[in-house]
Design a protein around this ligand. Structure first.
Ligand code: SAH
Length: 490
């Protein structure tokens, strides 16, 4: 029996609505179970009914032909020939969506589409009708350079996708009014708390400010709702005339330092539950099935929960870790200064068997000013070319560039270096999206900016395997395996 498109569409709708249920336990994609479920679903339907499982299997085959093999089947090991024992292992959503949106009218037989290939050098220099080999010979360097500069389709698509996948967080607005900060500090802070190290957080301060609302000018309240304020902390020993402490919130002598320190008060969070439209958008994003230049897509690999190994990296068997698309390594290079953790010798770092971790991919190696050259040599030794160098321009608590860093023997250091190594020919890397400069706040000693994770997601796709070496607990995150000796042991 031959089924009509309308009849086949019923299964399409069913699959689109129930694929999670179908693919997972206990149904597990088994066709005979799907048959029972689908039959119940269409029980009252007068355009489609099945007499037996065989009817359904015939229907199923026609459906799969119509959608170009959208349903990937794995045959049971025990009974490989029978469709009865087969299971659906993967569903190509694009094909299902196409069928869903298809107009039922039978299309007019048409002549084959004319494919306009605009990607060749020929087309660039002349319309297809006047192609002539001599034109290639007559090309000047300028012509070729112009051609090379043209963005490729891949680049345009990569950028579009990364826009879709990148949550936008605005750079925070900062209020520069001293008066605002003083008033908010007066109502929100209690100087004793800082000296007794009581835990203080934005919520407590927001509560206090809300309680004192009537005493605060409306303009200040409006500004407080929108912008970050740096509230001066006036201890008994503070001498405001001296100005800001150059270490600000990283000052080690807060209890005696006479310079000014601040508390960073972020605006109160607006309780924004995602609107229905936003939720739909998110779902649509998750369903993007376009895998060009993703080394994996969600159809092959889900994002793993955070994973980590607490160990001495030198005693870890790298061969057991498998291969990764992207790696961050932040070796505890010795910087001849006190650090709150054990450091790692240059040679120890170079001798790590890093060559085992990637066949092709990208490696981000944090280096200190002293170890820049050692890092470059190490990358080459591990089989990488040094393809880029990112710098992180460090901002202090007041979001200004740092003038008094704690490191630097000759010039104060206000930046950090990140070498980028490339191995093999990872054609799936999305290029030319981000910059080689990160501008963001410093946090705990040695803690690196989170922006790097987003850059890597945009370059390697969300579903790639990613490894961080010498990471700490705040570094662990979904999709990443983190290794270090200061991680929780459980
Ligand atoms: N990138 C991290 C900072 C890393 S600091 C961040 O953003 O926070 C270097 C880390 O390497 C420290 O936690 C240190 O304890 C750890 N470390 C030093 N020697 C190690 C070793 N032999 N094995 C594992 N971890 C080591």
């Amino acid at each position: 029996m031959k089924y009509s498109v309308d009849q086949l569409k019923l299964f399409n709708i069913y699959l689109l609505e129930n694929q999670e249920l179908i693919l997972n336990q206990p149904i597990n994609g088994d066709l005979w179970k799907i048959y029972e479920l689908f039959k119940k679903n269409i029980i009252d339907n007068n355009i489609l009914q099945f007499e037996s499982l065989n009817d359904f299997l015939n229907y199923f085959q026609q459906f799969n032909e119509l959608t170009g093999g959208s349903l990937h089947i794995s045959k049971s090991k025990f009974c490989s020939a029978e469709l009865t024992r087969s299971r659906i292992v993967w569903i190509n959503n694009i094909a299902l969506n196409i069928l869903r949106d298809l107009n039922n009218e039978t299309p007019e037989p048409s002549s084959p589409p004319i494919i306009k290939d605009a990607s060749s050098l020929f087309d660039f220099i002349s319309p297809p009708t006047t192609r002539n080999l001599n034109q290639i010979r007559n090309l000047t360097i300028n012509d070729i350079q112009e051609f090379i500069k043209k963005p490729t389709t891949k680049l345009i698509l990569d950028k579009k996708r990364s826009k879709l996948n990148t949550p936008i967080s605005n750079f925070p607005l900062i209020c520069n009014s001293q008066q605002h900060s003083l008033i908010l500090s007066k109502f929100g802070l209690n100087r004793k708390e800082f000296l007794t190290k009581q835990s203080l957080n934005d919520n407590i301060i927001h509560q206090r400010i809300t309680q004192s609302k009537i005493q605060i000018n409306q303009d200040i309240l409006n500004c407080y709702n929108e912008k970050i304020h740096f509230l001066p902390i006036i201890y008994n020993h503070t001498d405001s005339k001296l100005g800001d402490c150059s270490y600000l919130d990283t000052c080690h002598k807060m209890k005696t330092c006479r310079y000014l320190h601040y508390y960073t008060l972020n605006p109160p969070l607006k309780s924004e539950s995602p609107t229905q439209q936003q939720q739909q958008q998110q779902q649509q994003q998750q369903q993007i099935d376009y895998t060009l230049n993703e080394c994996f897509s969600q159809n092959f690999r889900t994002i793993t929960p955070p994973q980590w190994i607490n160990c001495d990296i030198t005693s870890l068997n790298f061969e057991k870790l498998g291969k990764f698309s992207a790696i961050i390594s932040d070796p505890a290079w010795s910087i001849h200064q006190n650090l709150p953790y054990g450091t790692f010798g240059d040679l120890e770092s170079i001798n790590l068997p890093m060559n085992l971790l990637q066949d092709e991919g990208i490696l981000f190696l944090w280096v200190t000013a002293r170890s820049l050259d050692i890092g470059r040599e190490a990358l080459k030794k591990w089989g990488y070319i040094v393809s880029n160098e990112v710098i992180w321009v460090k901002l202090n608590q007041l979001k200004r560039t740092i003038v008094t860093g704690r490191t630097g023997h000759w010039l104060n250091h206000s930046k950090e270096h990140l070498l980028v190594g490339l191995k093999g020919n990872p054609s799936w890397l999305n290029l030319s999206i981000d910059l080689d400069v990160i501008v963001s706040n410093t946090r705990e000693t040695s803690r690196k900016p989170d922006e790097l994770y987003d850059i890597i997601d945009r370059m390697c796709g969300l579903y790639s395997r990613k490894l961080e070496l010498f990471g700490r607990q705040h570094n662990v995150r979904p999709g990443w395996l983190t290794v270090g000796n200061q991680l929780n042991s459980q």
